[in-house]
Design a protein around this ligand. Structure first.
Ligand code: ZN
Length: 163
């Protein structure tokens, strides 16, 4: 376990120092905002779909280290993927973070399994899931989402209209 904890620390630090796909995308076709009032995380996600694939994606906002690292790794993971693959990753990440998916089992998460440890930290689960929840909203109705809407953030109803 010491190795996985060390890897987790390194990944979080690396993605906070150099967040991937940072910024608001020009010509975005889909967008959503995510809030986690418990921690104060607020992220904005913009993406551009070309046909059914995620051609480009960007995020910014104010977020804690876990949320920011999760968002950074999420954008890197779904860029260039089909919308269906992206949505499958949302489900797998949510299940891993909430303890329903065994990170040692079959999945498509790759290095995202460094976040498996958040299941031990209920306050942090929402930080890690927020970017994925926001991605799901952006791919569907858009608008804004909050982790406070429901006990299971990804299944929470999407609150439409950012204004
Ligand atoms: Zn947070």
């Amino acid at each position: 376990m010491a190795d996985s904890r060390q890897l987790y620390q390194e990944v979080i630090l690396d993605h906070n120092r150099k967040p991937r796909n940072w910024g608001v995308l020009e010509g975005a076709t889909h967008r959503a905002e995510g809030h986690n009032p418990l921690c104060g995380d607020h992220i904005r996600l913009t993406l551009r779909l070309a046909g059914e694939s995620v051609d480009a994606i960007g995020f910014d906002g104010e977020a804690c280290a876990i949320c920011k690292a999760s968002a950074s790794m999420m954008t890197a993971a779904v860029r260039g993927r089909s919308r269906a693959d992206a949505e499958r990753l949302v489900g797998e990440f949510r299940d891993m973070a909430t303890g329903k998916l065994d990170p040692a089992g079959a999945h498509h998460l790759g290095r995202l399994t460094v976040f498996a440890g958040v299941r031990e930290l209920p306050m942090r689960v929402k930080c890690a899931i927020l970017p994925w929840h926001t991605l799901q909203a952006a791919l569907n109705a858009g608008g804004s989402v909050t982790t406070e809407a429901d006990a299971d953030p990804v299944r929470a109803p999407v609150i439409g209209g950012a204004g």
